[in-house]
Design a protein around this ligand. Structure first.
Ligand code: PEP
Length: 254
């Protein structure tokens, strides 16, 4: 993983009320090992962000949102701006998760606005990319990743490219129990790093590329040890504080 600091982020999706989130954070903090070399984040639903931020304050645990609107304010019913997130103590935001792309029509065009808007506002973005099973079988994985990465980063100033974390999440591995093999993960993640390096060699060296897709305490160590994998975006296994703590521990270098 070179000298990049690992990031392990738990994506709760549409799970946990604010009260459940508070109880979770108390359990997680008790289970988390000392981890000077790993950033740990919880990506909570909007309604639990404030509760998680309050419970996590002073414990080195970051709170991320799962989406945001690219505009600062306006007639966008049901949407949430960066300023609204920052006010709650949110440090970052997941953008372009495949569930948002598939179920809610999130487009690469919108992401081209959202990623730089998050950065400009002071939020750390995690841009999610990944291929479907059909695309992988058709040999289309690299074309898909190139398109998603290049469009998502299109309006990010070169000097800030390295601040965007990119999560490689093969869609066929999300929530299915079918984890990518180490070879598949390393190949895709190093390809993503090369795409960033083509825009800025310096950014290619520092950008954090995460793997996501059925990460568990059992398979985390092998995936996190891959040379270009700088952490994990964890869905299902992050719902249990013990499992999530074990995955964060696997990211820590002994
Ligand atoms: C995700 O939601 O980003 C994810 C990777 O889910 P899971 O770990 O459940 O596959």
């Amino acid at each position: 993983m070179a000298d990049r600091r690992a990031l392990v982020a738990g994506n709760w999706k549409m799970h946990k009320t604010a009260a459940e989130a508070r109880a979770y954070v108390a359990e997680l903090l008790a289970a988390l090992p000392a981890r000077a070399d790993v950033d740990v984040a919880l990506c909570a639903p909007f309604t639990a962000l404030g509760a998680v931020a309050q419970a996590a304050v002073g414990h080195g645990l970051a709170v991320y949102a799962q989406n945001m609107h690219e505009q600062a304010a306006g007639a966008f019913t049901g949407e949430i701006s960066a300023a609204m997130l920052l006010e709650l103590g949110v440090a970052g935001v997941v953008l372009g998760h495949s569930e948002r792309r598939t179920h809610f029509g999130e487009t690469d065009r919108a992401l081209a606005q959202k990623v730089p808007a998050a950065l400009a506002a002071g939020l750390a973005p995690i841009l999610c990319v990944g291929e479907t099973e059909e695309e992988r079988i058709a040999g289309d994985t690299e074309r898909k990743l190139r398109h998603q990465v290049q469009e998502g980063l299109e309006h990010v100033p070169r000097s800030r490219l390295g601040e965007v974390a990119i999560a490689y999440e093969p869609i066929w591995a999300i929530g299915t129990g079918r984890v990518a093999s180490p070879e598949q993960a390393q190949e895709a993640v190093s390809f993503i790093r090369a795409l960033v390096a083509a825009a800025s060699a310096a950014a290619g060296r520092v950008v954090r590329v995460l793997y996501g897709g059925s990460v568990t305490p059992e398979n985390a160590a092998e995936l996190l040890a891959l040379p270009d994998v700088d952490g994990a975006l964890v869905g299902g296994a992050s719902l249990d504080p013990g499992s999530f703590a074990a995955i964060a521990a696997a990211a820590s270098t002994p």
